[in-house]
Design a protein around this ligand. Structure first.
Ligand code: C5P
Length: 399
């Protein structure tokens, strides 16, 4: 999806630089030509040789010599790229960028160009939260710099909080979005997909027959129109599409948490087949047959309704919330009522009676229900349903 794209990748000096090696591999797989630049500090974390080997390209180092300058001046180096990516972007690099310093190769490249820039910050949580860094971040955003991450979690220094560099797939998705030119370019769309698994004990769970095929196709179709897609998926039986940021979850409660973390979004499509109930009697160890003939008894609690929770948010409600309704009878009537009950803008209704072969199959026959009414689409491949829905979403968002 990045064939022919030239990316100048600046690696800053931080422990997250090791993840940039994986990023280079993933960019290569997507067809991008990566020109790596190492700051002097980055060389303390990764070697020029490993970076060069993975990128299949010469590494430009802080200690560049006059031959480099004669072969390819730094101005040309940054101007010939389609996108400059700074990963990891350290607090120091962000400060230099915000101030317009040009006192090493990386900062000079960044100042000597008007090529779009994407940064993936990575630093200690206190450094990230410091007013100086937040001020620099605001300045950079104001300058049109795109930002991906940082993630929240355990840090190499042992502290917990925001500051971990975004994972390489999320950076690739942000790169695709930055280079995108489709009607959804610059838009963030959230998609849930797949079944959820609700554990009974460490080895058993309750699941459903959803393959994740329709949600996967929708996420792919939205990315193809230029959207930055966050794809929150339960354990599906089809692989996630290329070019989206994948967040894998198992249970409904994990899915809700991942969805709320991914907000804000311009639109959200809830294609997941979320388990309605979870087992409250989940056993810490495997439930055994004890020979007495006694059968296990399971107790259930209702899972949170992710779609309704998001659709009814007061803050950060996506501009367009799309739900699905898998029904086996009176499809349109039930789905129309469901749209109002859940507070979503659109419902995509489908008949999942076994005779239709839709659940787990390759085709879908849907009715799109909006405030204007119901619109039945002919039966078609799930990819075609996805493409049509993505077009409609783009139109609704003014793309
Ligand atoms: O109520 P029902 O499961 O039929 O609603 C289907 C819609 O609601 C789908 O869009 C599904 O992704 C969403 N849903 C949800 N959380 C639940 C149950 C359903 O987001 N706990």
């Amino acid at each position: 999806m990045l064939a022919g794209k030239r990316i100048l990748l600046i690696l800053g000096g931080g422990i997250a630089a090791y993840k940039a090696l994986d990023l280079i591999r993933q960019l290569g797989r997507e067809g991008a030509a990566v020109t790596p630049v190492l700051t002097r500090a980055a060389e303390e974390f990764v070697t020029p040789l490993s970076v060069s080997a993975l990128a299949g390209a010469k590494v430009y180092r802080d200690l560049f010599d006059l031959t480099d300058e004669a072969e390819m001046g730094h101005i040309q180096l940054s101007r010939s790229a389609d996108l400059i990516v700074v990963a990891p972007a350290t607090a120091d690099l962000m400060a230099k960028m915000a101030q317009g310093h040009a006192n090493d190769l990386a900062s000079t490249l960044l100042l000597a160009t008007d090529t779009p820039v994407l940064i993936a910050p990575a630093m200690n949580v206190r450094m990230w939260q410091h007013p100086a860094t937040q001020r620099n971040l605001a300045t950079l955003r104001g300058d049109g710099v795109r930002v991906v991450g940082p993630d929240e979690g355990e840090m190499a220094c042992g502290e917990f909080g925001p500051g971990r560099m975004a994972e390489p797939p999320a950076i690739v998705a942000a790169i695709l979005a930055a280079l995108a030119s489709g009607p959804l370019a610059g838009r963030h769309v959230l998609v849930t997909s797949g079944p959820t698994h609700e554990p009974i004990d460490p080895v058993r769970y309750i699941a459903n027959r959803s393959s994740g095929a329709q949600g996967t196709a929708i996420a792919g179709a939205l990315a193809a129109l230029g959207a930055r897609v966050t794809f929150v998926t339960g354990p599906a039986s089809v692989p996630p599409p290329a070019g989206v940021a994948v967040v894998r979850v198992e249970t409904a409660r994990q899915m809700l948490e991942a969805v709320e973390t991914a907000l804000p979004a311009d639109a959200a499509v809830f294609a997941a087949a979320v388990a309605d109930w979870r087992v409250t009697t989940e056993a810490a160890s495997k439930i055994k047959k004890d020979g007495s003939g006694r059968l296990p008894v399971l107790d259930f609690a209702e899972n949170p309704d992710i779609l309704a929770t998001v659709a009814r948010r007061d803050t950060s409600r996506p501009g367009l919330v799309v739900g699905f309704a898998a029904e086996t009878d009176d499809v349109v009537a039930h789905a129309t009522a469901k749209r109002l009950r859940k507070g979503c803008d659109w419902i995509v209704a489908n008949d999942v009676s076994p005779a239709t072969g839709i659940m787990g199959g390759t085709e879908n026959a849907v009715t799109l229900i909006t405030a204007e009414g119901a619109e039945t689409w002919p039966r078609m491949a799930k990819e075609a349903v996805a493409a049509r829905l993505a077009d409609r979403i783009a139109a609704a968002l003014g793309g």
